[in-house]
Structure formats: C-alpha cells, structure tokens
Design a protein around this ligand. Structure first.
Ligand code: GSH
Length: 205
C-alpha cells in the first residue's frame, strides 16, 4: 500500500498506536493503466487500503481501523459509552464526506502537488474550497468540547482518521489563516504532529 495515501496512513496510525506489527505491500493505485488486478481482487473500487489479517480480508479504512482497535490488545481507541462512541463515528463521517476532498484534493493537491508537477493550480477550485474548509473546521471545532482530542479527553480513531488529512492540508499556505480561526484544532494538530506514530508514518519519511 502506498505510504503517501491518507487512508493507508490512518490505518497505519491505528496499528502503530495499538502496537501491532504490520507489513505494507506496495501498490501503485494511480498506475497509468489503472489499479492492478491484484488490488481489484481485494478492493473492487480500486482504492487503498486493502487489509488482511490471518486470512481475513477487509477494505474501507474506517472499518479496518475499528477492526484493528477491537481485534488487538493495546489502548482502546474508541470510547465505550454510546454517545462518546457516536461522536467518534460522526467525526469520521464528517472527515470522509466533507473534509477529505476539500482539505486534501481541492486545497493541498491543487496548491502544493499540482505546481510540483509543473502545472498551474486551479485557483477557482481553491477559492471555492476555502469556505467549505472553513465550515469543516468549524463543525469539527464545535464537536471538540474541551478537547484536547477531537472527541474529548482521550485519543480516539477520530484523531487518527483526521491526522493524515491535516498533515497534507497544513502544507498549503491557506491552512494558516483557516486554522487561526480555530485555535483548538490548531493546538490539536501541533500536538498530534509530534506523536511518535504520526512521525513514524510521515510521508515523505
Ligand atoms: N472509502 C475508501 C477511500 C479510500 C481512498 O480514497 N483511497 C485513495 C488514496 S488515499 C485512493 O485509493 N485513491 C485512488 C483513486 O482515487 O483512484 C476507504 O475508506 O478506504
């Protein structure tokens, strides 16, 4: 699985935080001829990650993260109280449904990756994304209560799902002003980015 992938990294963060050893098999999901057949056999939509544990195959990062948390010993990454657990699932869904495309593709990829490839960024796409990013950050901030983690006092899968998205987003200069409006998220990211698991999975290393 590719170390640059947001969703592969989120699963790796869960494995790292649980202290579970794992192997990353390389796959080029953006290959010119499309995703390789070996991936499609495991993930029919041609996305990564595709995960396997003792013959049990699973795709969809959120499902893999929850499996990792529940199938292995180590610190619990989901609260047991229904309402707290629901917040973790709510944040994960917000990240998947609204934040990933806006923060990573519309802002980071367009502002940082596209110029590296020698192309001009689509400024209109970035401008359209900025209020959407603001909305995402505000919504996440509103759910944080007193923090310091996204779902409250303890580290959860919500933090690990979000961290790879923020690692890319914060490389775009636009992130600074947006995060200045949400100091709790800014402080969260400053602390998350120093975690050994986050540093161990950094891309580029
Ligand atoms: N819903 C999927 C999304 C996974 C996903 O979008 N992965 C990206 C890499 S971070 C990918 O495979 N992109 C390839 C493509 O869009 O063709 C999950 O949760 O696993």
């Amino acid at each position: 699985m590719a170390p640059y992938s947001v969703y592969v990294r989120a699963v790796r963060l869960a494995l790292e935080e649980k202290g579970v050893a794992y192997r990353l098999d390389p796959v080029d999901v953006f290959a010119k001829d499309g995703p390789p057949a070996s991936l499609l056999e495991r993930q029919p939509f041609g996305r990564i990650p595709a995960f396997e544990h003792d013959g049990f195959r699973l795709y969809e990062a959120g499902a893999i993260e929850r499996y990792v948390d529940e199938a292995f010993p180590g610190p619990a990454l989901q609260p047991s109280a229904p309402r707290e657990r629901a917040r973790v699932n709510q944040l994960t869904s917000i990240l998947d449904s609204y934040a990933y495309r806006t923060l990573v593709w519309d802002i980071y990829v367009e502002r940082v990756s596209v110029p590296k490839q020698g192309r001009a960024p689509d400024e209109a796409r970035i401008q359209t994304a900025l209020p959407k990013a603001q909305l995402c950050l505000r919504a996440i901030n509103d759910l944080m209560d007193d923090g310091p983690y996204l779902a409250g006092a303890a580290l959860t899968l919500a933090d690990l799902h979000a961290a790879p998205m923020f690692a890319y987003f914060t490389l775009a200069p636009e992130a600074e002003a947006l995060l200045a409006e949400q100091p709790a998220i800014k402080a969260w990211w400053a602390s998350m980015s120093r975690r050994p698991a986050v540093q161990a999975t950094a891309y580029p290393a």
